[in-house]
Design a binder for this molecule. Structure first.
Ligand code: AMP
Length: 307
């Protein structure tokens, strides 16, 4: 099933308590594509990069079934750059620098060949760009999922509210859900955000798992307790890619299937954090993914006798 992925493709520089990376490949759409391409093809990528973005990186994605017709290459400009530093808990981080570069003037273009796509995931990007992609699609995809972050709540809240009215599923982390809703309780936050447009809210809580809300239903997916967490960058996007990849593979947008999808997302995110950047996602095989899904099943499977 065809899936459109929209988002940043970037250079990142990351500092964690355990080490520091040089400028490495990152970006929300990069992580989503690496993750989702394990489950579904074609992936139709919409993004923008500068002339400094390595051609080999684009080639590897193409080999994985990612169609790059919607990726603009601005030869004389620089790619988006982000740098961040993680705190000792590895769950929270500070953005040290955001250089929008090509993203600052990005006008997305949906190629004709992308028009019949079944699913759409709008990864982290300016809400105006996310909205423009929705508006360019002649037919609404079966499911529209949106990821965003506090940065956009602070600089483009009105645009974000407009795009929220047009999406089915919102993915945010716990602090972003609180910021958007002005509610501390995540249950109240999800309920309030559901009045802003999306019918499903997924709240990611880093090493504490993820919650899925829909009407009065709630489901929880744990994160796998890992011995070593090296770099959480991109874990949210990798989660999103696993979630959307599973939905696209199964073509089932029911709440029941979304429960499985957030387990798949959590499993993919658990790989992402094991090495810097996209490194681990480049190594894993179908067998690794299956094995990890089994670990998740064991983690939450228990029997109980009612008293
Ligand atoms: P995550 O850790 O899942 O929140 O995603 C981190 C990725 O998001 C990094 O690879 C960054 O390049 C990218 N990113 C950070 N800030 C922004 C932003 N304001 N817009 C788009 N992408 C961003």
């Amino acid at each position: 099933m065809s899936l459109i992925v929209v988002g940043s493709m970037a250079f990142d520089a990351i500092e964690t308590p355990f080490g520091k990376s040089d400028k490495i490949i990152g970006g929300a759409a990069t992580y989503i594509a690496w993750s989702a391409s394990n489950f579904t093809k074609p992936i139709r990528q919409i993004s923008v990069v500068g002339g400094d973005f390595p051609k080999e990186e684009l080639d590897i994605l193409e080999e994985r079934g990612v169609d790059l017709e919607g990726v603009q290459i601005k030869k004389d400009e620089k790619s988006f750059f982000w740098s961040g530093k993680y705190h000792m808990d590895m769950n929270t981080r500070d953005t040290l620098e955001t250089q929008l570069n090509v993203l600052g003037t990005f006008e997305p273009f949906v190629p004709d060949s992308f028009q019949d796509s079944d699913f759409l995931i709008l990864g982290n990007l300016s809400p105006a760009v996310q909205l423009s992609v929705i508006d360019q699609l002649k037919e609404r995809p079966k499911l529209v999922v949106l990821d965003t972050m506090n940065f956009w709540m602070e600089v483009a809240l009105e645009d974000l509210k407009k795009v929220l009215l047009k999406v089915d599923v919102l993915l945010v982390n716990d602090s972003e859900a609180r910021e958007l809703s002005h509610e501390f309780s995540l249950v109240k936050a999800a309920r309030k955000i559901m009045t802003m447009g999306p019918k499903y809210i997924i709240i990611k809580k880093g090493e504490h798992g993820a919650l899925l809300f829909h009407e009065d239903n709630v489901f929880f997916a744990p994160a796998l307790p890992l011995e070593e967490v090296f770099d959480p960058t991109g874990a949210g996007d990798t989660f999103a890619g696993g979630f959307m990849g599973h939905i696209a593979r199964t073509k089932d947008i029911s709440f029941e299937n979304m429960k499985t999808a957030i387990i798949v997302g959590s499993a993919m995110a658990s790989f992402c954090v094991e090495k810097f950047g996209t490194q681990r996602l480049r190594e894993i095989t179908k067998e690794d993914i299956d094995k990890r899904l089994m670990q998740f099943q064991e983690l939450v499977n228990f029997e109980i006798e009612l008293v």
